[in-house]
Design a binder for this molecule. Sequence first.
Ligand code: KIV
Length: 294
Amino acid sequence: MSKPNPSERKFTIRTWRSRKKRGEPITMMTAYDYTSARLVDRAGINVILVGDSLNMVMLGREGTASLTMDEAIHHCKAVARGAKRPFLIGDMPFMSYEVNQSEAIRNAGRFIKEGGMDAIKLEGGAARAETVRAIVNAGIPVMGHIGLTPQSISMLGGFRVQGRTARTAYRILQDAKALQEAGCFAIILESVPTQVAQLISEELTIPAIGIGAGAGCDGQVLVFHDMLGMFDEIQPKFVKEYAPIGRLIVDALQAYQSEVKERAFPTAEHATDMSEKAWGELQAMLSQNRKEQV
Ligand code: KIV
């Protein structure tokens, strides 16, 4: 594994802007714990999203809606301990920002103060613009998320590509512009046709990060467990498995299990022997004990 380059600096809100200006793609990955955050940092990925997808891939629940604020913050803290250079974004759980703006600001603030995040992400387009504005005015950078928005999956009628018709594509473009105008520093475009995503990326001055949105975006994001073959309950078309880590883990666990059963593990290399002197003294003590008991 290549070593991290210590001279590489922290990715900041200014880096987002300069990357967009230079047309240099931004890499983003989810992470939910200390160890995976360290690996993502070590790989040189620019941005970590502590996504609410953790509700499924870490906590084994159906969908993302039942994640709580406390659970999200707990995972953010672990990621912040592990990742030093990537820009860190905490995903606001369903119903943590919809009720009113004060609650949205208070909850967004927890991601920064308690979770150690640099910014928050929330789902929704023009309907969320005022909430975005309020959070940004409180001094917290906000990333938008439009197209397929998993928190409102019941409203959307399932995991399906959004913006396939001219009318719905136009609405997504309007949503993107409303979020930019409200102060978002970037947006995620999830599951929209390639042409629509490219058009939106070109129309915006802020970066648009794609997932299932083709190569024309300003960057890409994937879920850690999906790209490493560790979560097979849902396999969207847009996921590329870069390494079969899930299968390698099962293979390794099975090898361990066989070796334990066959007493092939541990060997001398993984164990510690007592010195002959100490062993002799122990034998002498035990035989003395036995004599005293007779
Ligand atoms: O929660 C998440 O992982 C996300 C990504 C799919 C963008 O929102």
